[in-house]
Design a protein around this ligand. Structure first.
Ligand SMILES: C[S@@+](CC[C@H](N)C(=O)[O-])C[C@H]1O[C@@H](n2cnc3c(N)ncnc32)[C@H](O)[C@@H]1O
Ligand code: SF4
Length: 302
């Protein structure tokens, strides 16, 4: 209880500083701990099978400290595949413990769920689910859906949600995937995102008309009470992307150790085709849309 109050105070302090005094300090950090991966997804430009980089525990400690000193209090460990990361007998659970001991309010892991992950000490887990059954496998490869289902059913984690990146291979499966999430007792909610056309993956991006249709479909489901993480104002913003981005809310430390105040999309010049719905959510929060503020608090205050 005390911790929740402390977090709420910090969030209020951070928000007032950012919204009314123009203070630009990150609230959350994404740390890429390795680009080693056990899959080769069609939409991904991160994995590196030839010469994978694996950060050491000490390097990640320094990076966490840097993020904390910047003001960040939420960390997401990303890869590559975080559940296969290790360094001298330490694994991802040791990184979660480290982050919490340093004062981070919560630690999240984004995973492909191909390896069992019982007893995870992350506060929340995001499993990447790119459609139901064959649609997921069209992006992620044969056998990946069954393994994901099995591993989320046996992980025992109480705060597990899924994240879908909608692209030209799986766009017809959005409704089915939302229904599946509702029916699966091991999944809390779904966050829906669109493919961002990083170099080499441009062919997977949807055209504007189709993107609009899908956003309308998601909004319908949301209004019917389905467990969708995105807010309605945030989704509407993602239709035409005509808003002032507030992406500095998250800072990034990439696998090569480079530290950036913004996502890689900014550097690659693809912000005008961004699919990461967090961009719309953050803009909604800064325009004081109650729906996006509630969605943000739900995400942060477990
Ligand atoms: C790079 S993966 C790393 C974590 C883990 N290996 C996984 O697949 O969940 C992180 C997330 O980024 C998403 N992603 C990768 N490339 C993307 C793209 N071009 N556009 C949108 N989302 C993308 C993935 O679907 C996944 O949910
Ligand atoms: S599992 Fe994640 S990191 Fe690995 S290839 Fe797929 S999206 Fe990329």
């Amino acid at each position: 209880m005390f911790l929740k109050i402390k977090q709420l105070f910090y969030l209020a302090y951070w928000f007032i500083g950012a919204r009314f005094f123009g203070r630009r300090r990150p609230l959350q950090s994404v740390i890429f701990i390795s680009d080693r991966c056990n899959l080769s997804c069609k939409h991904c430009s991160v994995y590196n099978h030839k010469n994978p980089l694996n950060k050491t525990f000490e390097q990640i400690r320094e990076e966490l400290q840097y993020c904390y000193d910047q003001g960040s209090r939420f960390v997401d460990f990303e890869g590559g595949e975080p559940f296969i990361w290790e360094d001298n007998g330490r694994d991802i659970n040791d990184l979660c413990d480290l982050a919490k001991s340093m004062g981070f309010f919560s630690c999240t892991i984004t995973t492909n769920a191909q390896k069992p992950f019982p007893n995870s000490r992350a506060d929340s887990i995001w499993v990447s689910l790119d459609g139901y059954g064959e649609f997921h496998e069209a992006v992620r490869g044969k056998g990946t859906f069954a393994r994901l289902e099995q591993n989320i059913a046996t992980c025992g984690h109480k705060a597990l949600s899924v994240n879908m990146a909608i692209n030209t291979l799986n766009h017809t499966a959005v409704a089915q995937t939302i229904e599946y999430v509702k029916s699966n007792p091991h999944i809390q909610s779904i966050s829906l995102n669109f493919h961002t056309p990083f170099a080499g993956t441009e062919y997977l991006a949807l055209d504007e008309r189709r993107r609009h249709e899908i956003i309308d479909l998601i909004i319908d489901y949301k209004r019917k009470g389905y467990p969708i993480m995105n807010s309605i104002p945030g989704l509407k913003k993602m239709k035409d992307l005509h808003f002032k981005p507030q992406c500095w809310v998250t800072n990034f430390i990439f696998t090569d150790g480079s530290r950036k105040a913004q996502c890689i999309g900014y550097e690659q010049g693809v912000c005008d085709q961004c699919g990461f719905c967090m961009a719309g959510e953050m803009s909604g929060v800064f325009n004081l849309h109650p729906g996006t503020i509630i969605a943000g608090l739900k995400l942060r205050m477990k």
